[in-house]
Structures are given as C-alpha cells and as structure tokens.
Design a protein around this ligand. Sequence first.
Ligand SMILES: [Zn+2]
Ligand SMILES: [Zn+2]
Length: 428
Amino acid sequence: MSTIAYTCPCCGAPLSFSGASGKLECAACGNSYDTEAIEAMNPAVTDEGPAFDLPKEEFNQEEAAGMHAYLCEGCGAELMTEGATTATECPYCGSPAILPDRIEGGVKPEKVIPFTVTKEQAQQQFEEYFKGKRLLPNVFLESRNRITEMRRLYVPYWLFDCEADANIVYDAEKEHTRREGDWEITRTEHYVVRRKGGMAFEHIPVDGSVKLDNKITESLEPYDLSAAVPFSPSVLAGALADHADVDAAECEGRAMERVENSVSQAMRETVVGYTRVNERSTNIRTEGGKVTPVLMPVWLITTEKEGTTYTFAINGQTGKLTCDVPADKKKSLIWGGSVFAGAFGIGALALWLLGQLGSGTLLIAAVIAAIIALIVVGSLTAQLKQAVHQNAAADYVRKGSFKLDVSYDRFLYETTKKRKIETGNQNK
Ligand SMILES: [Zn+2]
Ligand SMILES: [Zn+2]
C-alpha cells in the first residue's frame, strides 16, 4: 500500500484509488487518472551531489627544483615559471615588486596548451580593436599610448568531465480555440510529460584564478585541447604561470551549472507539439566525474584610464579577444535616439503618403522604430567584444552521447473556457 498522498492535478483535492475502475479518482471534480501518470508527475528524488575525482598530484622534487615561484607584493598573485626565466613584473597588475617564493604544495597541471599567437600578432589584434568601434568610450580615443605592455600568462583551468542524467517532469498544455456563434471556446488539454536521459561532457573549462573574472576566461573559450602537451617546467620558459588559487572543488559548482543548463535544454527540445510547457520538477545527477588541471595561454593587457582599470585578454592559441570595456552611455543614447527619430520619421511619412496616419498606426511605427534602434545599439555594443558568461556547455558534449531512455507523454484532463466575442463596440 502506498503511503504517498496524491492530489488531483486539476483541482488539488486528494485522490483515492478505486478498485472498480483501477484508477485514481477525484471526488471533487470527477476526473480520474492512471496511477502511472500520477506517479510520473511525482518522481522519487535521488539526491546525490556530483562526485568528482579531484586531481592530487603535486610537483615532484625535480620539477620544483627546475622552477621559480614568485609572490606579487602588489596584488598577491602567486606565480611560477621555469628556472632560467626571470620575472620582472606581475602579469596581472604590472607591479615590479615580485618576490621570490617557494613552490609549496598545490596541484600540478597535467597539461599545457602552448602559445601559438605571437606577441606581434597579439599586439596587432589589440590595435585593430580600437578601429571602427562607435560606442568606444572617449578615454580610449584620446590617449595615444595605446600599446601597453602585453603579458604572457598561463592561466590555470580545471577541466571537468562527467556524465549527466536528467529526469525531468513537465506540465504541458495543448490549446484549441473555436468559435460558436458569439462565443469563443478555448479547450485546454493538460498533459504530464516526462523525459529521462542524458549526455556526457568532456573538458568543460573553469578557471582557477581569483584574479581573472570568470566572464573574461569564459569568453576566451574555446581552446583546442588536442594541441596540449604534458606539463614540464620548460614549457613555461619565457612566460609566467598562475598558481590555481581556486581549487577544483570550488569550481565544480560553475561547471555543474553549465552542465545542468545544457542537459535541461537538450531534454526540453524533445518536448514538442504543445502550446505551453513548464518544468514541474528537475532532477539531474552526474557521475564518473573527472577533473584535469591544465594551463591555458593568455595574452593579458591591463590598462588604467582615468582611475579605472580595464582588462583585455587574448586567447594565446586562437587569437580571440575579449575585454571589460563598457559601451559609452552618452554615445549609446545619441545613436539610439537618432536611429529611433530617423526610423520613426520615415514611418510617419510613409503612413501620411498612404493616407493611413492615425494614433494607432503611429504607435505601431514608434514601436517598430524603437526595435530598430535597439537592434542597432545592440550590434554596435557587440563590436566591443565585452566578456560575458557562457551559461551552457553544449560545446563540450561528447559526440553521440545524447540518449533518451524515457519519453512519456500522457493526457490528464481538460478544461474549457468560454468568452463572449464583443462585436461592434469599436464604432461607439
Ligand atoms: Zn479534482
Ligand atoms: Zn600583481
């Protein structure tokens, strides 16, 4: 005998099982349901957190002896490089006050993606950036000293692998509208939909550096991991590497957020044919988790303008640039305003020529003009390549790993609404 008290999805009253019909019946509204459909709506929740095998390997004595460690007095960054490279300034803050430190503990990177973008190429990318950007704040136009020092930095990332299984229940509705005389009749069919399945993810990157905003590091994606080489101190020659100061366990949450968003989206895409679909309950589990520590190549430029520090970062493997330069507010307003005025003027003129000028048609013209203005300002803002979070992990799904184990759609009950069609009142 089941101890779970089920309630009616239509009216919320308690359901009772009828031996005669073999169904769960509602005495309040008269609907009856298959036990299976009601059970599908209320899945048992298994609550297991993601279990990842965290990397533990530390530098061996030989490696530690072949490396220098530094501590930046300016920003506190802990950096390392190979024995023959001397660091003269901090790649994050530019401070020359970097003191020798000791390699102590810390997880050893397993792989390194070497730099393929040269300093000259990175510099060119950076200079190109300032061309043709209409919403660029004036501080970047006025100063001629644009070429700031570019610093070669290996950024620590944790790469997450896992298999994710989702069990999602949706409330779905199909709506049918018909007309009977003066009445509009809307019939809504309510369904319970369940999807169970999952996919495997490989190498979702999360940076382990406190100093760099996650928006910046996520915008530098993707990296091509096939070019990675095993870690050795010599790979770091001529560059500084940051020591991961956010450990893998702390980064796990960010990776999981992206996994969950991608899995829910993939499952949602299999729910088709409905007017409305709402997630009722979501249960996502991950297993077989593995974390790989790697170093990724980044050209970093920090520049101070009128008391604000701006960060530019270029992917040292692909040349992709991102930054935290905001769109100039005044310029955005001027652009938005002029585009709106122009589009609205043309619209109004066209309406006048067509003899359709009226408050209703003008309002439509204004809405269209506003949309055009937003699109123009949006695309001008996009030119600034502002760093944004990557909220899903679709790029990291292992090919062919998507599976759908349960695909269940079941009709529950229907509701009908009648609405009197008002006619002729617009003329009054
Ligand atoms: Zn009911
Ligand atoms: Zn520093």
